[in-house]
Design a protein around this ligand. Sequence first.
Ligand code: NAP
Length: 243
Amino acid sequence: MRTVVIAGGTRGIGRALAARLEDSWNVVALGSADADLSSVKETRALIERLPRRIDALVLSAGRFSPRRIVTAEGFEQTFAIGVLARHLLAEGLRPALERAPRPVILNLCGVGGIRAGRIHWDDPQLTRGYSLLAATMQGARANDLLGAGFAARHPSTSVRYVLYNPLFVDSGMHRYLGRPMRWVIGVLAALFGASPATAAAPLAGLLADPPDAPLTALRRGTPVPSPGSDDAARLYRLLEDLT
Ligand SMILES: NC(=O)c1ccc[n+]([C@@H]2O[C@H](COP(=O)([O-])OP(=O)(O)OC[C@H]3O[C@@H](n4cnc5c(N)ncnc54)[C@H](OP(=O)(O)O)[C@@H]3O)[C@@H](O)[C@H]2O)c1
């Protein structure tokens, strides 16, 4: 049986995907109670505990925060969970993935769709001018670069990397917002968002039959140009320095 590790598999899209796969895959669905991915130390310890062979890694853990939260290790929380941990998991689990016949990393992120997203190179922890939007946009751009960088750094790996923006999903992620935004987004999500089960359906197909290309970028299933890797090496150096 194939093994899928879903970081962020206890809620929302990740949980719906875990439910969809549970009959045919060995599913390791992880939430913050399993390992706090805002901690580099805990993320590294988690990597050591995971199976030695992994067919698919899903990067779905994330947390919005209207105010700037700093982790015990000194990182801004959105960045720690959504960027640093994803980098560590992809790199740290690459050997386990390469033991599988058709391994794939599926990164749920803001691929290509969030054009205003940028890395604040001079202040990636957003010590100045933090906002939920700035942190979310930076995370979206950084995840695009994580995929581009992974494919560029490991040209001979068998691991396929898929960047996937599910667009608006009624996952309950707005629970982290304050009022009245929580209510407004909640109503909009109920009216216009896809259900987590609907969002998860094409993801299961991608895991079962990964694309041939080393890097694929999809916006709710529609291919979009893969992000260039120009800034990816810079981000890699930044993340390696930080960790
Ligand atoms: N929902 C959307 O409309 C949408 C749109 C575009 C992109 N995305 C992206 O898709 C991904 C999944 O979104 P979602 O809406 O399904 O999210 P969600 O419902 O909020 O689920 C987030 C998951 O992350 C886990 N998590 C949060 N903090 C963690 C921590 N410190 N350590 C370990 N795990 C932690 C949660 O586990 P616990 O609850 O156990 O802490 C949960 O399983 C996110 O990366 C998001 O940016 C979502």
